[in-house]
Write a protein that binds this ligand. Sequence first.
Ligand code: GLA
Length: 409
Amino acid sequence: MTANPPAADRAAATFLTTFNDSAPVLVQAPGRVNVIGEHTDYNDGFVLPIALPFTTAIAARPRTDGRVIVESEGFGRTEFRLVDEPRATSGWARYLHGVAWALAEHLEAHGAGGSDGRVELPGWDGAIATDIPAGASLSSSAAIEVAATLLFNHLAGSPADLSVADLARIGQRVENEVMGLPSGLLDQLASAGGQAGHATLIDCRDLSTRAVPFPPSATIVVLDTGTRRELVESEYADRQATCAAAARALGLTSLRDATLDDLDKLADAARHTPDLHLDPEVAVRRVRHVVTENARTLAAVEAMEAGELGELGRLMTASHVSLREDYEVSGPALDAVVEAALECVGCYGARMTGGGFAGGAIALVATDEVESFCLDVADRYVAPLDQPAVAPLRLYPTPPSAGARIVRP
Ligand code: GLA
């Protein structure tokens, strides 16, 4: 997240110097933070994200030979052919290639193909720039997926009017089927559908949404601890699998319908049905998190609407405790930065955000106190020795911002 100019201007400038021409198309998609409702999306539950003022932008012009050639600020040039398998493309460009595959499948399924039913998306020359730090739990990958989906669809002559849910599902298929991460829809829905000045309550069962005005007297401050963690994927897949098995054990389609009264029944089933491969105590803790987090998310919407910032902050901090104790997806740096934030004047609440283990946390801070809060928390935060960071603590006040869009034309 560099200060200025924004990613869209830098992508356009890089395009100009690289291809000696100005780009006819410019798209951008933001990162996100989730105010509350963590690890609930793949359980058909509730989430309450905001889109960030930081985006990933792509400036591009079409090619006619089915190749994609992209210059990325900071990551160099990459090139791939759309006829190849997306998995054959390595590094960050695999997201772009994955999007082309998932979008083509979406369009074919919706009858937008030619006489043989197939869709051939055009290649392009492009330049990409981002303000979203990777690995900070701010969904830089969802941003590139959503931006690339808008771009490919636009260059193909917009064969489909893609809804927010379509954009999100295409990005999710890239994660699930190309990148191998069984993630939910939270990140892509937030990036595609964010609204300035609002958080969005999303019911992940039917994808219905409600824009909730974000009280201007409070600001979300992102606290990027600079820690990054490999192997988060296997922990994530483990949580997801446990939730699915627990739902099955309770005879439910998803944990959305579980209640606290189900916990005894779950422990019993786990004890007496070895095929479930569920440790009874672990399963109870995981499900307790999901059930209580859904309730906290709905309560947070009420608190936000009523302008009850103290209550909203309390719910966010309770979410952190539940993620730390019951879901066990926090980490030493996230715990330390949350604790430091809670000691500062003007802080209503704080929690890890996103998948967890490392990266970023968030704090809800009185808008008037943001400046002193940032100094104070930087002063109080002691980076834990057992979790080395790749960068120092960075703080970003983040007003809720607009979702993805085609900037030009
Ligand atoms: C990651 C995933 C999301 C969601 C969060 C946890 O960001 O990509 O789908 O599950 O973790 O809430």
